[in-house]
Design a protein around this ligand. Sequence first.
Ligand SMILES: [Zn+2]
Length: 152
Amino acid sequence: MTTINCAKCGTPLTPGQAGDPCPNCGGLDRNISAQDRAVLHDKAKAARDLARRHFQIEPGITRITTLWAALAFEALPDTPIKLLEVNENTVPSGVMPIHFGRVPGSGVPFPSVIVEVTPEEFEKIKTAELKLPDGWSLGEELPKPSDLDGGG
Ligand SMILES: [Zn+2]
């Protein structure tokens, strides 16, 4: 199995979308096992939590997008969640994944990998001028909190 689809309408979904209602029809059935779906759901939530925290502590970050490897890897709890962070204050250094361990006390029950790039580098990733590691692809964009001072 290499792709995830909505079992109702067939829309292809990223691993990050697998645990949420289908953006096209709202359906919740997938062509993957319930166990795989549960892992992906938890990973997507952890990715959103991690992204929110990074937006709060690093004002130079303008956008954060998930990165996903093949489903066979992402369905494993040991495969890190991966975030591509676009930071206006960083220096261009290409795609350099930095690995972090689990931080269960902080709501990050998975290992994580952060790739920090400049806005220019992000444009090059979108056009494939700058390559992601083998088998990785851009996932969904994670929302920037609208109220960064709310402490929420
Ligand atoms: Zn659907």
